[in-house]
Design a protein around this ligand. Structure first.
Ligand code: GGG
Length: 348
């Protein structure tokens, strides 16, 4: 199979983790006789430095011409204490999601048995946990009107959703539930927010087309609590952009670390695959970043964008083997193992 992949490494540890993801793709191509070609593109702080723009037009053009995108991370600490910055790295990531119509972000919470002890949650509450989050990605407060009043003493962000936006991601989540344990939990804040009342109304309408799926609705605050208390009660979780962003960081602790969580952003065109973690400049370039979220993102790419199920399973098995062999980065172990040992792809 011939496929063209654009690597958008971005900032901080995005560079080193996508390098490992690419090595895995190359190894898969070699092992299974595929021809993967690559291009690179800029985004985030790296793109601002080079062009003044966090999302250069060339990045969108290259992405649209590709079969899939392997993405790293965006961000830079210099913007953290500069709330007045008009141009920010994150605009690159939000912009590419919007430009490519990537409205559904799939975030599997996969717990590898070897990491049962890495979580701060007791193993007896964790074993067997297997959750698939659907985070809506192109609406909500991230894209609603925002601003300040004239003297800049009041700020606002508008939480906005249309029926169409909710319906299309709900369809995807219900379809996924049908292939799993047929349970779907929709998370909102319908006791307070009008946009959440519409969210719930639309999810209830879509649910009528999937009578085999057991549906529950939870408020975001209750869902956050239940996720830690009893993660095994969840199968597919469907939620909005902001709630999904927060809940999946929390859920990463079920898998042991943010460094273990991959994601697939899909929608109208090409798929984008990225770890859920950010640029982590504090550890960038030190060889200690966990590359497994990028490797697991490659598995999602092989499966979802290329339909290469055996190849995807081979990558998952390789991650399992690496963990079984005792290789660890410091986010998933007490010992500070160099990521060089985990970077090797000989396990595939
Ligand atoms: N790889 C994920 C990443 O770079 N995250 C940083 C970020 O800007 N996140 C915002 C978001 O995911 O909505």
């Amino acid at each position: 199979m011939k496929k063209h992949i654009v690597v958008i490494a971005g900032d901080g540890i995005g560079q080193e983790v996508t390098a490992v993801g690419k090595q895995v793709l190359e190894r898969i191509a070699e092992k299974f006789g595929h021809e993967f070609t690559y291009d690179e593109a800029l985004i985030g702080h790296a793109a601002i430095e080079a062009t003044g723009n966090p999302l250069p037009e060339e990045t969108i053009t290259k992405s649209k011409a590709s079969d899939a995108i392997l993405f790293g991370a965006v961000g830079h600490p210099k913007y953290d204490n500069d709330p007045s910055a008009k141009v920010r790295p994150e605009q690159g990531l939000l912009g590419i999601r919007k430009a490519l119509g990537l409205y559904a972000n799939l975030r599997p919470i996969k717990l590898f048995d070897e990491l049962l002890g890495a979580s701060s949650i007791k193993p007896e509450f964790l074993q067997g946990a297997d959750i698939l989050f659907f985070r809506e990605l192109t609406g909500d407060v991230y894209f609603g009107e925002k601003g300040r009043n004239e003297d800049r003493s009041t700020a606002y962000d508008t939480m906005i959703y249309s029926r169409y936006e909710i319906e299309r991601i709900a369809e995807k989540a219900f379809e996924a539930a049908m292939t799993r344990r047929k349970k779907l939990c929709s998370v909102d804040k319908a006791n307070v927010l009008e946009s959440s009342r519409l969210w719930r109304e639309v999810v209830q309408d879509v649910a009528k087309r999937y009578p085999d799926v057991e549906v529950e609705h939870q408020f975001i605050d209750a869902a956050a609590m239940l996720l830690i208390k009893d993660p095994r009660r969840f199968d597919v979780v469907l939620t909005g952009n902001l709630f999904g962003d927060i809940l999946t960081d929390e859920a990463s602790q079920i898998a042991g670390s943010m460094g273990m969580l991959a994601s697939a952003s899909v929608g109208d065109t090409v798929g984008l695959y990225e770890p859920i973690h950010g640029s982590a400049h504090d550890i960038a370039g030190k060889g200690v970043a966990n590359p497994l979220a990028s490797v697991l993102s490659v598995a999602l790419m092989l499966d979802i964008s290329f339909g290469l199920k055996t190849e995807a399973e081979t990558v998952l098995a390789a991650v399992d083997n690496v963990l079984k062999a005792g290789y660890r980065t410091r986010d998933i172990a007490d010992t500070n193992t160099s990521s060089d040992r985990i970077l090797g792809t000989e396990a595939i």
